[in-house]
Design a protein around this ligand. Sequence first.
Ligand code: AMP
Length: 188
Amino acid sequence: MNIVLLGPPGIGKGTVATKLSKKLGIPHIATGDMLRENVAQKTKLGLDAKSYMDKGLLVPDRVVVKMVKERLQKNDCKNGFILDGFPRTINQAEEIGKEIKIDKVVNIQASDEIIIDRLSKRKVCRKCGFIYHLVYIKPKKDNICDKCNGELYQREDDKPKAIKERLKVYRKETEPLIDYYKDKGILA
Ligand code: AMP
């Protein structure tokens, strides 16, 4: 089954996708994680993407669409996949729709207040990527991952100015996808 998880930043798409991926035995493909890996490895793609990401803006469609199309061609996607953070614009949805059939789009929602609370108190393990919340999913030791002893950090785009921008971008560019997929009869 080819699944898209839709919803604003910080809503928990990554957490849900990790669980679903284990349950269904299909890969979790998070474009944000792929881009951050490229930034960490200082690839050309990463260097181009970083300035957009740090400001909370979207990386240009052509860059992200190419990256996702290449990823979906890999063998592990032949029985399905879970897309997390993609598509984020109508144009991305149209582009991917030309080549791949999406079976189900799950829309996850919450108020801005909850989202801001989640993002501003989120910390991520630099080593294994596990996501903490400083109140609800607290690490046992400050700034150390319970699972792998890796260092926890706050994403540059989880700082207040970038959070505001990301929510603005979400409302303008990504929210129209709810009706787009509703019209196709595959929204849950
Ligand atoms: P995320 O981890 O999904 O919150 O993504 C972090 C950042 O990566 C976003 O704020 C964007 O700058 C970039 N990004 C991730 N996915 C996409 C996408 N589908 N289109 C454009 N930019 C993206």
